[in-house]
Design a binder for this molecule. Sequence first.
Ligand SMILES: [Fe+2]
Ligand SMILES: [Fe+2]
Length: 350
Amino acid sequence: MITDAETRTVTAATTGERHMLLDPGMDLTLRPMRYPHFFDRFKEAIKNTWTVEEVDLHSDLADLAKLSPAERHLVSRLVAFFATGDTIVANNLVLNLYQHVNSPEGRLYLSRQLFEEAVHVQFYLNLLDTYVPDEKERFAAFAAVENIPSIARKAEFCFRWIDSIFELRELRTRGDRRAFLLNLICFAACIEGLFFYGAFAYVYFLRSRGLLNGLASGTNWVFRDESMHMAFAFDVVDTIRAEEPDLFDADLERQIKDMVTEAVDCEAQFAEDLLEQGVSGLSLADMREYLQHVADRRLVTLGIAPIYGSQNPFAFMELQDVQELSNFFERRVSAYQVGVSGSVTFDDDF
Ligand SMILES: [Fe+2]
Ligand SMILES: [Fe+2]
């Protein structure tokens, strides 16, 4: 049965009538291309192609053996978060985002992102298989969303936002579209842009102490992918804002701020758990400030005033932002000559 929305899309394709990005349907028309910036992001993403086999984690085993009990606790909690985090993101992408971003070039990007999330899942699977040789411990790590309260809380936050639009087949009303926007912003700003960025900070802290370079080298790839996922999602938000500015009002802004505040609280609770035994060189106060700083950056990107006014206390993350990644990327280009040409810019929204 053909629905009204499909009829409208078919009509739009044949008559050239414009529809908006969130209008229901399966637009198939790539020429003329309505959102070429989405296609550009798809091509950019392909330049960051990598495989799990390129990342050697075995050099980390000697480091793991010399960690203090407090550091070992941190790493075990961190890998338990990684065990399911990307699968949750991939599920939202398929169940919610792909359905409603009605642009074939936008869906090209989302297909690419789905592939990247699958590579991340494989990377963390490999990580746990390598780091946690004991089978019982490994099963417990994969069940963290049920057993470890700080991870269960983050998962509950994600599931609640997945469920918030799961029943919506089409975005027909203003309320539907705002619900979609909140889901999209949640996954970009709070989950990829805060939960994952928080996790990366622990990895780069350890690297700054000369530890777990294998994990850090894989994280460089994931970090860059996640930066692009976020940038694409914010592009979608900007596109919707240009098409339907009335969706963005004080009420939506308040809902976004509430959501971001809750995400910071979730991630701060996770930090309390990771750092509960006291890791030398990484204080809970600094971690909180860092999370607040990142959250503020996400809000500013969305055109919303920052909540916390916090600075980035981690010099090792500044270094990550600019220097290390670009060096790393250039090294790879010269070493492998794979698919990368032209200049590469790095996430400055950090
Ligand atoms: Fe991911
Ligand atoms: Fe992602």
